[in-house]
Ligand binder design. Structure first.
Ligand code: UDP
Ligand code: MG
Length: 312
């Protein structure tokens, strides 16, 4: 039977969580009375996640598993799950139960009212470091200022997406995968359901600082060209400063000629300053060019090593 709802769960080293996750999802979804399927995506875990996922699939055919050949990253895992979902709507949810499955029926209710995207808005985040809370807050606000796409503040990838929107999303094969931004870009009627983001059920975050930073930079560069314009802005500002220095030099030459030759330190700092700005601008250019190169190779977004329960 074709499911009404597909639930996509990305998994990376979640052996401590996967059992409880499946139990909670099954309970909530059975109570909702909806026909559903759960698409688990194993993103190259190095622990027992794959083994446990296979056992869950063997016990319940509504559970499906896609396994990657290596770790491709959260956003690619979500993409693979969405590619393989067959439901009229798909819900993306984290495996660690930070996004409570109990919110899914609320999302479905909104969907029935006619919204095509229902995203989870984090009203509160429990049990996360002040550093993560602070950087996340700054990131979402910066992103909002730098892009023209309406990406709602404080939302993650926990959301329901209607088939109409999903088909558009699945046709977007760019490598710069900032899923929440892409879904916002597609448009249609979108609304929020607020929820409290709980502590991780068990295990550690799979987003350490370096991954978080990369994710933030990827998101910004994929959705904004402001950094490029910033480079020209910096160049203009530097030229203006040097112009004033030129005038200053000419004036000093006539007013106090003896100080001109010892002025080598200001010359030196101006050279360093300009050199620095040029390197920064080159770096920004390089970031975009590197991304063009990645896109143009046109490789598959992920490599699938195994599929379980997809053949019925
Ligand atoms: N995840 C993944 N691949 C990765 C990193 C994370 O599939 O390379 C999954 C992870 O298993 C979890 C979700 O993405 O289901 C969110 O990760 P996590 O909870 O560690 O992030 P946080 O909530 O701390 O931001
Ligand atoms: Mg988490």
């Amino acid at each position: 039977m074709k499911p009404e709802i597909s639930i996509v769960v990305p998994l990376y080293n979640e052996e401590l969580v996967i059992g409880e996750m499946a139990a909670r999802l099954t309970e909530v979804m059975d109570r909702s009375g909806l026909a559903y399927e759960i698409v688990m995506v194993n993103d190259g875990s190095r622990d027992r996640t794959a083994e446990l996922a296979r056992a869950i699939c063997a016990a319940d055919p509504r559970y499906k598993l896609v396994g990657f050949s290596r770790n491709f990253g959260h956003q690619f895992a979500i993409t693979a799950g969405m590619d393989r979902s067959r439901g009229d709507a798909v819900v993306v949810i984290d495996a660690d139960l930070q996004d409570p499955p109990e919110v899914i029926p609320e999302m479905v209710a909104k969907w029935r009212e006619g919204y095509q995207v229902v995203y989870g808005l984090r009203e509160k985040r429990e049990g996360e470091s002040w550093f993560k809370l602070f950087t996340a807050k700054m990131f979402y606000r910066l992103l909002k200022r730098l892009t023209s796409v309406e990406i709602p503040v404080d939302t993650g990838d926990f959301r329901l997406i209607d088939r109409r929107v999903l088909n558009e999303f699945n046709a977007m094969r760019e490598r710069a995968r900032f899923v929440r931004g892409m879904v916002s870009w597609i448009g249609f009627r979108q609304c929020a359901v607020t929820y409290v983001r709980h502590q991780r059920f068990a295990g550690e975050t799979k987003y350490p600082f370096n991954k978080m930073l990369k994710f933030a930079i990827d998101g910004l560069l994929a959705f904004s060209q402001v950094p490029l314009r910033l480079a020209s802005g910096l160049g203009l500002a530097a030229s203006a400063v040097s112009f004033f220095f030129m005038i200053y030099g000419v004036v000093v030459h006539y007013v106090a000629p003896q100080t001109v030759i010892p002025g080598w330190s200001s010359t030196f700092s101006a050279i360093l300053f300009l050199g620095g700005i040029q390197l920064i601008c080159l770096g920004v250019l390089g970031e975009y060019i590197g991304r063009i190169y990645e896109e143009i190779k046109n490789r598959p977004l992920y490599i699938v090593a195994e599929e379980v329960n997809f053949d019925q």
